[in-house]
Design a protein around this ligand. Structure first.
Ligand SMILES: *Cc1c(COP(=O)(O)O)cnc(C)c1O
Length: 393
């Protein structure tokens, strides 16, 4: 059937009309518990009253001025991100790919400015996902995403995720940085071995490399800390964030330590929409909630509760769920069998009113809004149990 939309997506035959908290309502009025959250984006659920109020207020005041002028909400958001992280300075953009792209430009320009222009290569990891621009695709290195888009952007060396020795062997005279996801999201909620980020930090220090974290998916509370790198007690040099930052309003950011961000002088980079008043008003409202007293502690508690309810289900239905993985509220259930098993599980759950997101490696990803409570966990695991029972019989 002809569609005016480019055929880029394999969409489910369903459209939503309204959202409220952890729930979505389709055009037939059917209610769904949303454990996909717009792929880890709707961090505070749908139409959170505090975000709605912030957006309304900003919409009635000022929408867009461009970065030709100062934007007070942008300055406030940057200050708050800096105060809550390793970073000294922030560049705002509109998506995850742009945030990673900005970091890649920082890497090259930093090495150039400190007199090492021959260092331009970046070590990345198999299974990585960093976005869909030509450079971020090359960084991700996934054949299925790169097919037909040659020639590839040069300068990326891929090694297995979690393999410190492979990283060490890959470091050469031209290496500038290591780009890594704290947890691989799109690859299927793959958690690296403990100490992995610490080992990468050490290698970077020994070889004069920049450590560049992609926390587009893991950032803003998803793993139970504001940023996932905090679990390892390290500090990166550059970090890309997006998804959860706007709670559904498009915004991305690239954070860096001052020696690195300082090379991005006036005219060296830019974005028409980046950090526009609407986007930063909503992101500031997201931070009001996420940085509020006890919020992240609550995320850690529900994350443990959800894992504890999922683990016995995975054990009870080994012919459906091969493995459970992930951390915080970035969890994956690996469907046993072919790709059709993953699709069947996702469709079964959707037909029973639970939305989840597909990921690589046959994984069904659970990335609920951070505001879920025990009743949502009961409802979701109840649906999962019913669907597994149906699929085995
Ligand atoms: C989603 C994602 C991106 C790309 O973000 P877009 O907003 O789609 O450009 C990059 N890195 C990671 C880890 C992601 O999960």
């Amino acid at each position: 059937m002809y569609s005016a939309l480019a055929p880029t997506y394999a969409r489910a035959p369903i459209a939503f009309e309204r959202g409220e908290g952890a729930y979505l309502f389709d055009t037939d009025g059917r209610r769904y518990l949303d454990f996909a959250a717009g792929v880890a984006v709707v961090s505070l659920g749908h139409c959170h009253p505090h975000l709605v109020a912030a957006l309304h207020k900003q919409a009635e005041t000022l929408w867009h001025t461009s970065n030709l002028y100062r934007i007070s909400g942008q300055e406030r958001l940057a200050t708050r991100l800096v105060e809550s992280s390793f970073a000294d300075q922030v560049f705002f953009c509109n998506s995850g790919a742009e945030a990673v792209e900005c970091g890649l430009k920082m890497v090259r320009r930093y090495q150039d400015q400190v007199g090492r222009p021959h260092r331009y290569r970046v070590i990345t990891f198999q299974g990585a996902f960093h976005g869909r621009t030509l450079a971020t695709l090359a960084a991700g290195g996934q054949e299925k995403h790169l097919a037909g888009y040659d020639p590839r952007v040069d300068g990326f060396d891929q090694v297995p995720y979690g393999d410190v020795d492979a990283v060490r062997r890959a470091i050469g005279d031209e290496t500038a940085a290591i780009l890594v996801e704290a947890v691989q999201g799109e690859a299927g909620a793959r958690v690296p071995p403990p100490g992995f980020l610490r080992a990468l930090r050490k290698l970077c220090d020994e070889h004069g490399l920049l450590l560049f974290l992609d926390e587009v998916q893991t950032g803003i509370g998803r793993t139970g800390r504001l940023f996932a790198y905090e679990w390892e007690g390290i500090r990166p040099d550059i970090m890309a964030i997006a998804k959860g930052l706007g709670g559904g309003f498009p915004i991305g950011a690239c954070l860096a330590i001052e020696p690195v961000s300082a090379v991005m002088t006036a005219g060296s980079h830019g974005s028409t929409f980046g950090g526009n008043p609407l986007a930063v008003a909503v992101a500031n409202a997201v931070l009001d909630v996420v940085l509020g007293d006890g919020f992240l502690e609550g995320v850690r508690r529900v994350a443990v509760a959800l894992s504890q309810r999922l683990a016995p289900l995975a054990a009870e239905f080994p012919s459906i769920i091969e493995e459970m993985r992930g951390t915080g509220l970035l969890l994956g259930l690996r469907a046993k069998g072919a790709a059709s098993a993953q699709a069947a599980l996702i469709e079964g759950l959707r037909n029973h009113g639970l939305l989840v997101a597909p990921a690589g490696d046959n994984v069904v990803r659970l990335v609920p809004p951070l505001i879920i409570d025990d009743s949502h966990i009961e409802e979701a695991t109840g649906i999962l149990e019913r669907v597994c029972r149906k699929l085995v019989s």
